[in-house]
Structure formats: C-alpha cells, structure tokens
Design a binder for this molecule. Structure first.
Ligand code: HEM
Length: 139
C-alpha cells in the first residue's frame, strides 16, 4: 500500500449502490465499476446486486478469466478499511486478506501445472529406474 492509497469504510462503500454510482468490494479492495457496468458481459444488475458487501465469492463463483482479472486493475480505487476487513474475516468471508496490497488478485494456479509439479519427482525416479534396468539388462 502506498502513501496515496485511499482507504474506504464499508459504510462509505454501501452508499455507492446504484447503476449511476456502483462500487464493489472484492479481495479486501474497492472497485468503482460504474463506467464498466454497460460493458460487463454478465450484465449490469448482477453487479449492482452485490454492492455494499464482500462480492469476492460472487466474482470467483463465475470463474472469471485472466482478462477479467486484468480489467479489475483499471477499476481499483482503494483498500477496504482494516476494521471492515477484520469484521469480514471474523464473519467467515473468504478472501479478505490481511495486508495484501496489490490492485488485482493473483490468478488461481492452473490445476494441471500443480498436478505435474506434484508428480514430477516420481516421474524422474521412474525414468532413472527404467534406465538403470535397461543398462543392467544389456550388460
Ligand atoms: C469489476 C468486476 C468484474 C469484472 C471486471 C468482470 C468481468 C467480466 C468479464 C470480462 C466476463 C466475460 C467472461 C470472462 O472473460 O471471464 C464476465 C462474465 C461474467 N461475469 Fe463478471 N466481472 C466482474 C464482476 C462480476 C461479479 C461481481 C459478478 C457476479 C455477481 C459477475 C458475474 C458474471 C457472469 C455471470 C458472467 C458470465 C456471463 C456469460 O457468460 O453469460 N461479474 N465478467
């Protein structure tokens, strides 16, 4: 978080809950999506409906693309107040990070990559084993 980063309380965010003035709270950050509403492929209403509360789960439930996540950066206006982040955490709201300050969340890791990383050591051992076996058979 830089010195110029604006911090908004939940109460303040709740005031921006219409089509002509629409803020979303996601990942502990505040986004002014007013100008984006008409361009949102998922529609206007769905966004206005999730104002005034944490919309992280709503956003994640749709499994938005990397492009959508990149768009978030341009809509970022500041951080949610630490007290409100803490309240959301204690209320069990997911993804209200303690001190993360990036304007957009990290894209979720690709499950295929995670899987390959996990089995790589076993694959190497198997290849070495086969190679050794082949060598001793030839001798
Ligand atoms: C600033 C926040 C948001 C951005 C930048 C955004 C952006 C996008 C984009 C680019 C798509 C097209 C598919 C893709 O590339 O993933 C999309 C689709 C969609 N979004 Fe969002 N979105 C935002 C917030 C939300 C929220 C909070 C909800 C739910 C409450 C939502 C619901 C949907 C739905 C349902 C679709 C699918 C539309 C369809 O394929 O019929 N979006 N969004």
């Amino acid at each position: 978080m830089t010195a110029e980063t604006k911090v908004y309380t939940l109460e303040e965010c709740k005031k921006h809950n219409t089509e002509s003035d629409c803020w979303l709270i996601m990942f502990g950050k505040v986004y002014d999506v007013t100008k984006f509403l008409d361009d949102h492929p998922g529609g206007t209403e769905i966004m206005v409906d999730v104002t005034g509360r944490d919309a992280t789960d709503d956003f994640e439930d749709v499994v938005h693309s990397a492009t959508a996540r990149k768009q978030l950066e341009g809509l970022y206006i500041g951080e949610l107040h630490e007290d409100d982040k803490a309240k959301m955490r204690s209320a069990g709201v997911a993804n209200a990070p303690a001190g993360a300050s990036k304007a957009s969340p990290q894209a979720a890791p690709n499950p295929a990559v995670t899987f390959i990383k996990a089995i790589l050591p076993f694959l190497l051992i198997a290849v070495l084993f086969l190679y050794q076996k082949k060598g001793s058979a030839a001798a």
